[in-house]
Design a protein around this ligand. Structure first.
Ligand SMILES: Nc1ncnc2c1ncn2[C@@H]1O[C@H](COP(=O)(O)OP(=O)(O)O)[C@@H](O)[C@H]1O
Ligand SMILES: [Mg+2]
Length: 325
C-alpha cells in the first residue's frame, strides 16, 4: 500500500507554513486560563458520534463545480470553550470532571489535549461534539452555541467500529447513504478513500484489514462528511508503535490538505507535540488547564528536533512527571 503521505507528496499537496511563538504557562494570553468551579448536572453514557447530515459545501478535487463557490469555501470551525465546568451524578455521588475550562480553537488550528487518565478529556470532547451539554459555561462554534451533534463536527474514536458485514466502501458511504445523497455523491466516497490511501481496498471487508487500515477507514468515514472540526479521541491509541508513527504523519497531511480544525486527545506527549500547533495540558480531575505549549515548529516536523525534546520536558513537568529522562 502506498501511504497517503507518499500520495500527497506525489500530488505536490504540501500545505501551509505554521506560525511560531514561544510556549508559555497558563494565563498569559490566547484565551486559556484556569479557575475553580461549581454547578450540577448529569449526562448519558458515551455513545456514537453525530450522525452525518447533508453538507452545505463541497470542496477539493473539482467537487466544487459551481463558479464562485470558492468564496464560500470554509476552512475549519472556530471553537470557543468558555468557563466550562462539568459534573456527573447527583447528591453525594456528584463528581466534578471539568473545572472552568477556557479555551479557543482558531479556524484550521490543530490543538492537542494532554492530561492524566480520567481527568476529563473525553468528557470535554463529547461536550464540544454536542453529544452532551456542559453543567455550566458554554461552547460556541463560530459564535453559535453548540447544543447538539452536527455533521460539521465529526468524532473519531479509538475503536474504528466498522460494520463487519459491509465492505470498506460501504462503511465509508454510510453517512451519505443515511442522508439519501449517495447516488449523486459516490465520488465523495472514492475521494475519502483516496485521501487515506485505501482506494485499492474499497471492496475489502473489515476483517481483511490491519488495525491501522481499519482506523484509516474510520478516518475516511469522517472525512466523507467534509467536517469543519475533526474531534479525535485517542484515535491512534490501539495501534502498534510503527503504524502509529506512520498514521501521525498521515494525519498531519490530511489536516494540512483538508483545512479542518482539529481537537485531539492523546496521552502520548510526543504525539501531541508532533501533530499540534498548541498543546493544552490538563490537571488531574477535575480537569483545569495547567499549561499551554505553543509548538513553534513548521510541518512536516522532525521527531529528533531538539525543540520537540525541550517541549516534551516542559509538558512532562506540567504533568507532574520527572522530565529528566
Ligand atoms: N457518563 C458518565 N457518568 C459518570 N461518570 C463519568 C461518565 N463519563 C465519564 N465519567 C467519569 O468522568 C471522569 C473523566 O472521564 P473521561 O472524560 O473519560 O476522562 P479521560 O478521557 O481524561 O481519561 C472519570 O472519572 C470517569 O469515570
Ligand atoms: Mg478518554
Amino acid at each position: 500500500m502506498v501511504s497517503v503521505v507518499e500520495r500527497l507528496k506525489a500530488a505536490g499537496a504540501y500545505g501551509r507554513g505554521q506560525k511560531a511563538s514561544l510556549s508559555r504557562a497558563v494565563g498569559e494570553g490566547s484565551g486559556v486560563r484556569a479557575g475553580g468551579g461549581r454547578a450540577a448536572g448529569d449526562i448519558g453514557a458515551a455513545g456514537a458520534g453525530p450522525l452525518p447530515q447533508p453538507l452545505s459545501r463541497e470542496r477539493e478535487r473539482g467537487v466544487n463545480a459551481a463558479a464562485g463557490d470558492d468564496s464560500k469555501v470554509l476552512t475549519g470551525a472556530r471553537i470557543g470553550i468558555h468557563q466550562v465546568s462539568h459534573w456527573f451524578g447527583h447528591g453525594n455521588e456528584r463528581l466534578q470532571v471539568l473545572d472552568h475550562v477556557d479555551l479557543s480553537v482558531a479556524p484550521g488550528e490543530f490543538v492537542a489535549l494532554l492530561g492524566p487518565s480520567g481527568c476529563g478529556k473525553s468528557t470535554l470532547l463529547r461536550l464540544v461534539a454536542g453529544l452532551d451539554q456542559p453543567t455550566s459555561g458554554e461552547i460556541l462554534q463560530d459564535g453559535t452555541p453548540i447544543t447538539e451533534p452536527d455533521p460539521s463536527r465529526i468524532v473519531v474514536f479509538q475503536d474504528p467500529t466498522l460494520y463487519p458485514w459491509r465492505r470498506v466502501w460501504n462503511n465509508v458511504a454510510l453517512g451519505l447513504q443515511a442522508q439519501g445523497i449517495l447516488a449523486q455523491q459516490r465520488h465523495r466516497v472514492d475521494d475519502a478513500l483516496r485521501r487515506v490511501g485505501l482506494e485499492s481496498f474499497a471492496r475489502a471487508f473489515p476483517h481483511q484489514l490491519s488495525g491501522g487500515m481499519a482506523q484509516r477507514v474510520a478516518l475516511a468515514r469522517a472525512l466523507v462528511n467534509d467536517p469543519r472540526l475533526l474531534v479525535l479521541d485517542e484515535p491512534l491509541g490501539k495501534l502498534d508503535s510503527l503504524t502509529r508513527l506512520a498514521m501521525q504523519s498521515d494525519l498531519v497531511e490530511l489536516w494540512q490538505r483538508s483545512r479542518f480544525s482539529a481537537l485531539l486527545v492523546t496521552h502520548d506527549v510526543e504525539e501531541a507535540l508532533f501533530l499540534a500547533q498548541r498543546v493544552i495540558v490538563f490537571s488531574q480531575r477535575p480537569a483545569r488547564i495547567a499549561a499551554e505549549l505553543r509548538v513553534d515548529l513548521p510541518y512536516p516536523r522532525h521527531r529528533g528536533d531538539p525543540r520537540l525534546t525541550e517541549l516534551r520536558h516542559e509538558a512532562l513537568r506540567h504533568l507532574g512527571l520527572d522530565a529528566s529522562w
